[in-house]
Design a protein around this ligand. Structure first.
Ligand code: SAH
Ligand code: SF4
Length: 387
């Protein structure tokens, strides 16, 4: 467990094993850990005094050494489609966003792992803001805690509005490795949120050593942001590819999937950007690339935002792309755009990040150049196709 400011331990950021160590250190029985865990995560309680099955003496001791501190929710937006977006303030003062998307039979919460992102993918609003800080466990798990609170789960136990959590908000989860792993493990912990490991998904742009490191530490599901079928194009739109090229990435994904105790396949995310990666030849190349990797492909039509010249492809071109993959035997879904009216669709999340890299300024200058170059590559593919 980790000491926080003022040397008080934030109990909301401890996993079951962290809490168990804490109580052992206090000379208490390990089952105290599950009592506290239930109070915080199943009942939404932040006042140690309300933990009625814990003796007064022990509660006083807990007060001295610890506290339950969750991030503040600063704002709330309602989409006409029923989605909701909350703005969460983290310790650095930056604000991150999370989105709740209700659907028939399930509710998905999309949460953030960092304020900003250092990876600079050309099509992502979060990336353009630069990077400020990584979120603590309490700030990550606090998003699920708040969603449960706001959606009335703690008042009506048994009602589980959030059935799925995806780490597809702001930031690269695997660059905040320890905190993300602890957080997903709390989400899947029976006496905390009890979410199924199939329904907790870490989405990554492909931090290969971190994917390898996940083996044995968690059984969460994995989504890979691929977005291009070859290294040339992926290098241009996702700078991380220059460090960890596609072949290495797919190899690490295979190893992780093989390490799981059940049969699961990774989700391959592919954002379709008009004239950049949406050509029929790209679909054929993608199909070939994934031929030996059992997976589900999720196509995401590009969502526009300020500062980007990229465009969303037509519905017809999205369907063509999907059909090429389908006919080749792949399982393909197209992500429906949700919460666009409150700026909460994939890739639109920005919050309020104080950039520590001055990227946001550099970006505005560089964007037009990058887009020109990428569009040109797209055109070359089109030209090759018509030959
Ligand atoms: N950093 C992680 C998770 C956050 S992004 C990752 O990159 O996987 C969640 C998904 O939204 C990723 O697949 C990302 O590539 C995609 N995305 C980013 N910007 C987008 C945009 N403008 N339109 C559509 N999808 C976008
Ligand atoms: Fe970061 Fe993911 Fe956005 Fe890339 S797509 S800049 S990795 S948040």
């Amino acid at each position: 467990y980790i000491m926080t400011d003022g040397n008080k331990i934030n109990l909301a950021g401890l996993t079951l094993s962290g809490l168990t160590c804490l109580f052992e250190d206090l000379g208490e029985k390990p089952f105290r850990a599950s009592q506290v865990m239930k109070w915080i995560h199943q009942r939404g309680v932040t006042d140690i005094n309300l933990m009625s099955d814990i003796s007064k003496v022990l509660r006083e001791r807990l007060h001295e050494i610890g506290e339950i501190r969750l991030p503040d929710v600063r704002d709330e937006f309602f989409s006409t489609d029923g989605s909701r977006k909350w703005i969460v303030e983290v310790a650095s003062g930056s604000r991150v966003e999370m989105v709740y998307i209700p659907e028939e039979g399930r509710g998905t919460l999309c949460i953030s792992s960092q304020a900003g992102c250092s990876l600079d993918c050309t099509f992502c609003a979060t990336g353009k803001q630069g990077f400020d800080s990584t979120l603590s466990v309490a700030e990550i798990i606090g998003q699920l805690w708040w969603a449960n609170k706001k959606l009335g789960n703690y008042e009506q136990p048994g009602n589980h509005p959030v059935s799925n959590v995806v780490m597809m908000g702001m930031g690269e989860p695997l660059l905040n490795f320890d905190n993300v792993i602890d957080s997903v493990n709390i989400m899947m912990e029976d006496i905390a949120y009890g979410l199924s490991k199939r329904k907790v998904t870490i989405s990554t742009s492909g931090v290969v050593p971190a994917i390898n490191k996940m083996i044995g530490l968690t059984e969460a599901s994995l989504a890979i942001s691929l977005h291009a079928p070859n290294d040339g194009l992926r290098n241009q739109i996702m700078p991380i590819n220059r460090k960890y090229p596609i072949a290495e990435l797919l190899q690490s994904v295979k190893s992780y999937m093989a390490s799981l105790s059940d049969n699961r396949v990774p989700l391959i995310e592919y954002t379709l950007i008009k004239g950049v990666n949406d050509h029929r030849q790209h679909a054929r190349d993608l199909s070939e690339l994934l031929a030996s990797l059992p997976s589900k492909i999720n196509l995401i039509p590009f969502n526009t935002f300020e500062l980007s010249d990229y465009e969303r492809p037509s519905n017809a071109s999205v369907s063509n792309f999907r059909e090429i993959l389908r006919k080749a035997g792949h399982t393909v879904t197209v992500r429906t755009t949700r919460a666009d009216d409150i700026g909460a669709a994939c890739g639109q999340l920005v919050g309020d990040v104080s950039d520590q890299t001055s990227r946001s300024i550099r970006h505005q200058r560089r964007m037009s150049k990058v887009n020109e170059k990428v569009k040109l590559t797209g055109k070359l593919a089109t030209a090759a196709e018509s030959m």
